[in-house]
Ligand binder design. Structure first.
Ligand SMILES: Nc1ncnc2c1ncn2[C@@H]1O[C@H](COP(=O)(O)OP(=O)(O)OP(=O)(O)O)[C@@H](O)[C@H]1O
Ligand SMILES: [Mg+2]
Length: 244
């Protein structure tokens, strides 16, 4: 069982995709845990299983084998409705291509996760404007995604991830579609959110981006690379945050 300050934990997680006769073992027995308040980067070559791992950690996808613990409870034993609710309440996602709804304004996009949680209308708008203000977009609330820059779109997506006050932010290549200066601004925003107490796991190809995290995990061919065996293998690649 996970130790008490471990808030996200994968135990022997495997994921097998079957496409016709093709078998892909995207994850092959991953042990990985995140402690409360950590900022972890996941690196690895294309196809090594990073997005698969993040999707399982964020309850978007189910493992073929192994267990997923969120805040100490075994998510793999919950029914679909309970999993959706747990995900909506505790996890905020940020993606490379933002996934904003093009026809809605920034404010309306950020309101969406609160509708799923049945938050009352006035409160929804208050929380959404606070979240947009937090990411520096108070002057862009009524703009549609096409009227925002790439960095602003990602800030809007981060506001949408923050609006439910989740414990965790999971980000898949959050700077992959941004120039390097804008990417750094986004990573500095994640650092601030981490300093305010959010636990953050971010997937990236980029060493410079990974250096914002306090710990880096390397995946290769569906396995945590260093050490291979044992739950604490990832500590071998633990490194301190570089001063920015
Ligand atoms: N839905 C799916 N069906 C079948 N195979 C899949 C599916 N999703 C991923 N895979 C396969 O699983 C492996 C891991 O994919 P994943 O997307 O996790 O890699 P990744 O490390 O995120 O790569 P990238 O850096 O290119 O985003 C790949 O070989 C991929 O082709
Ligand atoms: Mg990926």
């Amino acid at each position: 069982m996970p130790v008490h300050d471990v808030v996200l934990c994968l135990e022997s997680v495997s994921k097998r995709y079957l496409l016709g006769k093709t078998v892909v073992d995207a994850l092959r027995g991953v042990d990985f845990s995140v402690r409360k308040g950590e900022f972890v980067a996941i690196m690895g070559p294309s196809g090594s299983g990073k997005s698969t791992l993040l999707g399982i950690l964020g309850l978007l996808d189910k493992p073929t084998g192994g267990k997923v613990f969120i805040d100490g409870s075994d998510a793999t034993s919950l029914g679909d409705d309970k999993v959706s609710l747990l995900r909506a309440r505790t996890i905020g996602f940020v993606f490379q291509f933002f996934f904003l709804v093009p026809s809605l304004t920034a404010l309306e996009n950020v309101v969406l996760p609160l509708m799923f949680l049945n938050v009352e209308r006035g409160e929804r708008e208050r929380l959404a404007s606070n979240a947009l203000e937090r990411v520096g977009l108070s002057g862009r609330m009524h703009h549609r995604p096409s009227e925002l820059s790439g960095g602003e779109r990602q800030r809007c997506a981060i506001a949408r991830a923050l609006v439910t006050n989740p414990s965790f932010i999971l980000a898949d290549e959050p700077t992959g579609n941004l120039d390097s200066k804008t990417g750094k601004e986004i990573m500095n925003l994640f650092k601030e959110l981490n300093a305010e107490g959010k636990t953050i796991v971010a997937v990236t190809h980029d060493e410079a981006i990974a250096s914002y995290a306090e710990r880096v995990i390397h995946l290769r061919d569906g396995l945590v690379e260093e050490g291979g065996k044992g739950k604490h293998a990832s500590k071998l690649v633990m490194k301190r945050t570089l001063k920015k």
